[in-house]
Ligand binder design. Structure first.
Ligand code: ADP
Length: 420
């Protein structure tokens, strides 16, 4: 049995890949559908896409292509990895992708749950809770891209799908594997195409994982990923692969840290790192005005690399970010700063950097795309949700860590470099 996922964004993909590696699976994370990358040693594989907020037809096309690619490589079960807060709108993309993958796989229905108890996401009677409040009462109700006004996921998903959506309730999940299988078969008989599954604790997700493994497709967050992985490991039917988490990447060589995240945690991490290494704070306004020109910053970094790690940060506090966005527009400012940091990464790697830490979800995506990375072997966890990565398919492998906003403790950068 080999386990695969198609993830709707890059950092969600890393989070799931980390969960699978921690569960003991030799895990590879690819960036898109990679050309010619050998993934035969992987027990688990996560294809990272960026389709959470694109038009539904585009998401369906990309997910279907990834499914075909995985099928050709013998992956038995494919999970569509979504956000644990069910980020989507009435136009998609969870419903359309679910329908398309079921059609492709010849699946009558697919179980769906964003539950991830470890991070406070639970589903009960089809309603998603974020910590102690309903999704619709959480901060997600004002999300800039996907405001979530309805916590009833059966209703939310039904608005995204032509076929009926049903509920697999907690009482059935806790009755046992046979009851779950019977209920899923009955719901399929009634024409349901997707089934929102309750789960409030890890054993619920383990039961659901076992049930899902008998089906070709499931939809969920890292919590369901954990259930699937435990099911695969307990089944003892893993295909042989290279040792998990072996440090195949370079452990020596120049190292650098690039920070595009402006989260409170990232700002704190930069301040802590500044006590032990040279830090360059970019002038975000000048960076946007120049269209992302980081040549001076590259020269600054190259002059110091031989002496030890360097850190370059674009980040500002909320007032500074608001000022830059007011002046240039949010999208233009973000794009220019991401492009600048990506160009910097390219220059650093060309100059011999072998260990690179990137902070910021979007920033990481921009850097990974710019470096043309096909995929990563997922190594040991540095901080919850953030694994050490080794690039695949490059003549000179890079050791990397990609951290989104609020992940990691105050000393994250030092720890990451120590582990890479
Ligand atoms: P996070 O994971 O913390 O959300 P992201 O990289 O996803 O981090 O998002 C941070 C965004 O802020 C990026 O688009 C980045 O280019 C942008 N950014 C970074 N520094 C600044 C700044 N000083 N002013 C405005 N925007 C910035």
């Amino acid at each position: 049995m080999r386990l695969a996922a198609i993830a709707d964004d890059y950092t969600g993909a890393s989070d799931l890949a980390n969960t699978w590696a921690k569960a003991g699976l030799a895990t590879v994370q690819t960036i898109g559908v990679p050309d010619g990358l050998d993934v035969s040693g992987a027990e688990a594989l996560v294809v990272s896409l960026k389709i959470r907020s694109v038009p539904a037809a585009e998401a369906v096309e990309a997910a279907t292509q990834a499914w075909d690619w995985l099928q050709a490589r013998g992956f038995g079960h494919v999970m569509y990895k979504i956000c644990s807060t069910f980020d989507s709108t009435d136009a998609g993309n969870i419903g359309p992708v679910t329908a398309a993958l079921c059609a492709r796989a010849g699946a009558a229905l697919a179980p769906v749950t964003p539950a991830f108890p470890e991070t406070g996401r639970t589903v009960y009677k089809g309603h998603l809770f974020v910590e102690d409040v309903l999704l619709s009462e959480s901060s997600l109700r004002t999300h800039p891209l996907n405001p979530m006004h309805d916590a009833n996921l059966v209703r939310v998903l039904a608005r995204q799908m032509a076929d009926p959506v049903a509920l697999l309730d907690l009482a059935t999940i806790r009755t046992g594997d046979a009851a779950i299988a019977r209920r899923l078969a009955a719901l399929a008989g009634q024409g349901a195409r997707a089934v929102i599954a309750d789960a409030v604790a890890e054993p619920d997700l383990e039961a659901l994982g076992r049930a899902a493994l008998a089906m070709p497709v499931s939809i969920g967050a890292s919590g369901l990923g954990l259930g699937l992985a435990r099911g695969v490991v307990a089944g003892g039917a893993l295909e042989a692969a290279a040792p998990v988490g072996s440090p195949t990447g370079p452990t020596t060589g120049p190292s650098a840290i690039l920070v595009g995240s402006c989260s409170a945690r990232s700002l704190e991490q930069v301040a802590v790192a500044a006590r032990g290494m040279p830090v360059l704070r970019l002038d975000a306004d000048a960076l946007v005005t120049s269209g992302g020109d980081t040549r001076e910053a590259l020269a600054w970094a190259l002059a110091r690399l031989d002496a030890g790690p360097v850190l370059v940060a674009a980040s500002g506090d909320p007032a500074a970010v608001a000022a830059v966005q007011a002046r240039h527009g949010r999208a233009a400012a973000s794009a220019a700063i991401e492009a600048g940091l990506a160009a910097l990464a390219e220059g650093l790697v060309a100059a011999g950097v072998t260990r690179l830490v990137v902070a910021g979800g979007e920033t990481s995506g921009a850097v990974v795309d710019r470096l043309g990375i096909a995929g990563f072997r997922v190594g040991p966890e540095i901080a919850p949700g953030v694994p050490a990565l080794t690039t695949l398919g490059r003549a000179r492998p890079l050791a990397m860590a990609l951290k989104s906003g609020n992940f990691g403790g105050a000393d994250f950068f030092e720890r990451a470099l120590g582990q890479l």
